[in-house]
Design a binder for this molecule. Sequence first.
Ligand SMILES: C[S@@+](CC[C@H](N)C(=O)[O-])C[C@H]1O[C@@H](n2cnc3c(N)ncnc32)[C@H](O)[C@@H]1O
Ligand code: SF4
Length: 467
Amino acid sequence: MMMAFCHRLVRCFHQKTVHSTASWFTVDSKAYYCQGISKPDLSIEDQASLYVHWPYCSKRCTYCNFNKYINRDVDNVRMTMCLAKETRTLMEYSGVSRINSIFFGGGTPSLAEPRTISTVIGAVTETAKLQAEAEVTLEVNPTLLETGKLGDFRAAGINRVSIGVQALNDTDLNILGREHTSMDSLKCVEEAVSLYPGRVSVDVIFGRPGQTLERWIKELHQILSICDKHVSLYQLTLERGTQLFKWVQNGLLELPHEDIMADMYIEAVKILEKHGFEQYEVSNFAKNGARSNHNQAYWTGQQYIGVGPGAHGRFVPQGLGRSTREARIQTLEPAHWMFEVEKKGHATRKVVEQTHIDILKELVALGLRTKEGVTHESWSLRCPDPNLWSLCNESTVSSLITQQFLILDHQSLRTTRKGMAVLDTILPDLILVIENKFSQFINNQGQDDNYSGCAKKDSVMSIYKDS
Ligand SMILES: C[S@@+](CC[C@H](N)C(=O)[O-])C[C@H]1O[C@@H](n2cnc3c(N)ncnc32)[C@H](O)[C@@H]1O
Ligand code: SF4
């Protein structure tokens, strides 16, 4: 099998998650509790994480295709009011009684005013309980301006920062279109570590144009000498429509060969582990247990509410009297988003009811990215029968186990080290197995109407019916 390496950025808030009510799958979810980060005193539907999207940046980076808008003249007051309003509305829809973590992402949320952060946190606590010591993360671009705001963000309620260092090489930062130098990043990380000790993460991109393995290893050692307890490593993805894509297409720049990229990843994992960092997910490394709770919630299939332009969410809108988990997407463009929030209290553009097969596919696709994999507990919460062991009867799965890409034991289904590196290649086969296994199961049950819900296609509801 041709294996592709798998350490690209996964936008967790763009994932799909499912829940429905078909009888073979029906578990009284109130009786079951989430595994992982959530506390065992509430059901899955009574708690969630919150993602808040700040859509503005001061400059377009050459590689980025996230939902961001270049605007140096942001209406902060209006934006803040709308973020708080949509937070209240969607939290009411979800009916959750507790928020476990908050993540302010972007765009560049460190360009927002600290008051925006405290106002959104205030809206959360008006509606539900914010778990004691809940992780509240802010993505920070390491310019001097934003470094100067780190103390005010802490006072506003932020207790963890994720800094977009990307590279410690000024030529590369220039090519990436970043607005900061390596020196700015060093200052920002130093200041952040003094203000948020043990709760600073750095994002680094490798596989940059012209980068060699030797230069990468040297740079990684330098990053390790300044960083705190969390590192996220992303292989540069060439996104269509970006400036970098055009430069590479036109032959002006060249990315390293994919074998070199693979070596960069393998060497980085070894070096990080030597320095005491545990690889707990394909792209994420933590020292002394400083894992990101918020991201773990995505990877273990917990509920999350997405607020702000283009944000995605997955939750059961209990507050609207519904019992099916839905995928929700907010309006992308900030001006339209604000207009809709002001008019209706939220700007959800699309709602998709999701099937059980989808929830399992998602659980496997995201769970296998993690060190712990998909546990029997988390599988049986979503699907008591057939159980996780039964996947082993499928030749594709047993062959991946024999070839030592996968492990299935009493704890979980998970990748080996070699399996994690090629997850993108083995995942489509696994997903197909789940699809086939469930259609087979449904067929074996005959044409009982109770089962038809499991095989049904996702249904897209018009948001305007949604209140
Ligand atoms: C969209 S950014 C938002 C955070 C912040 N604005 C920044 O630039 O640091 C989140 C992270 O995604 C990663 N990222 C974005 N586009 C990428 C790409 N094309 N390839 C690899 N990583 C990417 C970067 O490491 C970045 O820190
Ligand atoms: S990488 Fe970050 S700062 Fe650059 S354009 Fe994208 S979101 Fe904005």
